[in-house]
Ligand binder design. Structure first.
Ligand SMILES: Cc1ncc(COP(=O)(O)O)c(C=O)c1O
Length: 398
């Protein structure tokens, strides 16, 4: 037996988990050690897009577990190859590199971009433009891309040649570009910042500046991808084609897997030995992920996500008429950012606790924002029940 108090004894104290211990999960529900049932509007930080223990994913995992668990990348790995082929059929991509996480996909993206621009243009074409408040993970390069003191303090020296600009601000953006710019890295919807979509004009300006300066466009869809925003990837909604895309989270529905997707042109300078990963492309993860993409990429599935977004959003707005604690309610597919009004006495920490008490799991985001990321196949009833629980939790505090 281990308890919550053992957590602080044995785990690096970089996390502060809830007081209960999850024991079982199915679909959009989770049960704790006392059998208390929760509706899950968190999905492990936007990961279990098909809910917990989806039968088709259990079958894919079971089937693969009876043949091959692991192959190194010196052997042809059929599950990885099948998944890569599917990803190339369903997206802009022509080449895929598999990772175990989002941050590793970002690392692969930056290496690939710099290799492309230093090989094809000049040795000094290595600058990366990133945006304030962006989140790209916790590796050294990823925290440098975020650039804030909160993320980098005490961990320096940071990787160099990164320029920052305000998200969604066109003014002054052009002056960040030069013949030294290798790539821009952009979240089309900033997740950790509180579900903030990039404006279409801002994105088209970036595309224009990238073209003009022979710079690559890296789209980080680690959180926004795999159906979360109502299309397989959010870039489709912007009518753009990335040069490189980072994916992870929802790809394995909980089995660790990430990927960097790119084009033949950009991939050509990455040759044998230049990059790699022991576990990247793990057959168990790839077998599950292939099933995830088969299910989520169906037009009818994605249409349903957008239908449910409408219902969810209208319920949240109705709720806010009563509780009046949110100054803004943002959404992108089944992904919501509820900005707590600066004048409200509601705190995120208290609301998390009150929600747990009501049997609801929610998430925090930065900028005093509640983040909701339910499974994409959640039922309408569970959306209604969950929003009612959220309302009760808020009313218990204000
Ligand atoms: C947009 C984005 N990029 C990268 C990452 C890092 O992914 P991981 O935690 O799998 O390394 C995250 C994680 O939240 C993310 O939201």
């Amino acid at each position: 037996m281990v308890t919550r108090s053992d957590f602080n004894k044995y785990i690096l104290p970089v996390y502060n988990p809830a007081g209960f211990i999850p024991k079982k999960a199915k679909g959009s529900y989770l049960w704790d050690q006392n059998g208390k049932k929760f509706i899950d509007f968190a999905t492990g930080i936007a990961v279990s897009n098909l809910g917990h223990c989806h039968p088709r994913l259990i079958k894919a995992l079971n089937d693969q577990s009876k043949s091959i668990w692991h192959l190194s990348n010196v052997l042809v790995n059929q599950p990885a190859l099948k998944l890569a082929k599917l990803l190339c059929q369903k997206t802009f991509a022509e080449k895929v590199f598999f990772t175990n996480s989002g941050a590793e996909a970002v690392e692969a993206a930056i290496k690939t971009a710099r290799k492309y621009s230093t090989s094809n243009f000049s040795k000094s074409k290595n600058e990366i433009i990133a945006f304030n408040d962006a989140f790209h993970g916790r590796t050294m390069m990823a925290i440098a891309l975020n650039g804030s003191k909160r993320m980098t303090d005490g961990f320096g020296p940071m990787p160099k040649s990164i320029k920052h600009h305000e998200f969604n601000k066109i003014d002054g953006l052009g002056s960040k570009f030069s013949n030294k710019t290798s790539a821009v890295i952009l979240e089309l919807v900033q997740g950790e910042a509180g579900i903030i979509p990039a404006k279409k004009k801002f994105v088209s300006e970036i595309v224009k500046l990238c073209k003009k300066n022979n710079a690559l466009l890296i789209i980080d869809e680690v959180q926004s991808g795999v159906g979360r925003t109502g299309s397989l990837f959010a870039y489709e909604q912007y009518g753009i084609k990335p040069d490189i895309l980072c994916s992870a989270k929802g790809m394995g529905n909980g089995i660790p897997i990430g990927a960097m997707l790119t084009t033949d042109k950009v991939a050509q300078n990455m040759i044998v030995g230049m990059h790699g990963s022991t576990y990247g492309g793990n057959p168990l993860a790839c077998a599950v992920s292939k099933e995830v993409f088969e299910i989520i990429s169906k037009k009818s599935f994605l249409k349903d996500v957008l239908k449910k977004e409408k219902l969810f959003l209208s319920l949240l707005n109705e709720m806010n008429k009563k509780v009046a604690v949110f100054s803004e309610i943002r959404s992108s597919g089944l992904w919501f950012g509820l900005k707590i009004d600066d004048t409200s006495k509601l705190t995120l920490a208290n609301l998390m606790q009150a929600s747990y008490k009501e049997g609801l799991m929610i998430l925090k985001a930065n900028n005093n924002t509640v983040r909701l990321a339910p499974s994409l196949n959640i039922s309408k009833n569970d959306i209604e029940r969950g929003v009612k629980k959220l309302e009760k939790a808020i009313l218990s505090l204000v």
